[in-house]
Ligand binder design. Structure first.
Ligand SMILES: [Zn+2]
Length: 376
């Protein structure tokens, strides 16, 4: 009987934390404000978070030392821009940081992150429509042609605010509640997963039987996909579970790519690969595919499946640490990735939390990662 109010409280907490995290700027390499907020959450749970030299935030939930240990991680950073050049007239030219979609940039509000309480708003210019020639109408402007207007009239005025070459810029933080428990806004990727991990840690702390689980909020994912590697090198986990968005494919432009519905439940990636200079991806360990498949069945959860190329996560690199780490990518369906208005569904985040909380407690001393126990 007590289960429903408990689930309602968890859903309310999750929604509040996701919304709060979405509003905190944290460009790759500048994750400090997000880290500070998450460290406070971990401390409130009674954990002792620590930070490594790259900026990863790590906390350990101790469990059965005979069971394989787990690193459960999601990235704190977000993509964005940095100041490349300040023009004499006060307009600012930018450089991309991460997979920034240039066609989604003009007419966006942005924020120059010069320091908490001192950030400076700006807008990415969009040429006046009345002066747009026919052949310009459907052309995407390469980012070097864009500029940010923050209202200043000279370079000196810009510099006086603390903005300088290299200053981080993010989409102006925003969150909007849509119908049916859906959220739209900035950095759903991957703050939604950060909030899920906090909820999972809370549940694990109450569980009697569990493996040791290291929760890691990682840095630099949008920059080089390798920030989590230093955490894995120190923690030497047997299992790595990475949480991030899974592309929702239930909009007209995505139908041919798969069968992942927003609101259809948490999702598991069976195959990811990125070839453009990266040559990496993740084919999950069969023990983990079985574990989460079985868990979803037992919990009555619909576990959606994804397999596609074009994207990857830092599990690709974490799996290669030491003697090899059994890895899997789990996540929540999300629409409009890397735009300023990404969309997720809170029910999927709750489902992901439930899947992880239940799945992790099934990892005991008998849990085998021996490949020969999983004939292909
Ligand atoms: Zn991400």
């Amino acid at each position: 009987m007590a289960k429903q109010p408990k689930a309602d409280a968890a859903a309310a907490r999750l929604k509040a934390l996701v919304s709060e995290l979405m509003l905190i700027p944290g460009l790759s390499g500048y994750e400090g404000r997000v880290r500070k907020r998450l460290a406070a959450e971990l401390k409130a749970l009674g954990l002792m978070p620590r930070t490594d030299r790259l900026g990863n935030l790590i906390a350990t939930v101790e469990g059965d030392a005979k069971a394989p240990s787990v690193m459960l991680f999601a990235h704190m950073d977000q993509l964005g821009l940095v100041v490349r050049k300040i023009e004499a007239n006060g307009l600012v030219r930018v450089e991309r940081l991460g997979g920034v979609p240039e066609k989604a940039l003009p007419a966006q509000a942005v924020l120059f992150c010069v320091g908490e309480g001192r950030d400076v708003p700006g807008v990415i210019a969009n040429k006046s429509h009345h002066a747009t020639a026919q052949d310009e109408k459907y052309r995407v402007l390469p980012y070097p042609e864009l500029y940010v207007d923050a209202g200043f009239g000279s370079a000196a005025e810009v510099l006086a605010t603390g903005i300088d070459i290299g200053t981080p810029i993010v989409y102006a933080p925003q969150v909007t509640e849509l119908a049916n428990g859906r959220l739209a806004g900035t950095s759903v990727d991957d703050r939604a997963a950060c909030a899920v991990i906090v909820e999972v840690a809370r549940t694990l702390l109450e569980a009697k039987k569990k493996p040791t689980v290291h929760v890691v909020f990682s840095v630099l994912e949008e920059f080089n996909l390798r920030g989590a590697v230093t955490a894995a090198q120190v923690l030497e986990p047997d299992i790595a579970i990475q949480l991030d968005l899974i592309l929702a494919t239930d909009t007209p432009d995505m139908m041919a790519r798969g069968d992942v519905r927003l609101g259809g439940g948490p999702a598991m990636s069976l195959y990811s690969f990125h070839g453009r200079g990266t040559l990496n991806g993740t084919i999950p360990h069969p023990a983990l595919v079985k574990l989460f498949g079985d868990t979803a069945k037992a919990e009555g959860l619909n576990l959606q499946k994804s397999a596609h190329i074009g994207a990857l996560t830092d599990s690709s690199y974490v799996q290669l640490v030491g003697q090899g780490v059994a890895a899997i990518d789990l996540g929540f369906p999300m629409r409009y990735s890397h735009s300023a208005l990404e969309v997720c569904d809170l029910a999927d985040l709750m489902g992901l939390t439930q899947l992880l909380a239940a799945g992790l407690t099934r990892i005991d001393a008998k849990f085998s990662l021996d490949r020969d126990d999983y004939p292909s």
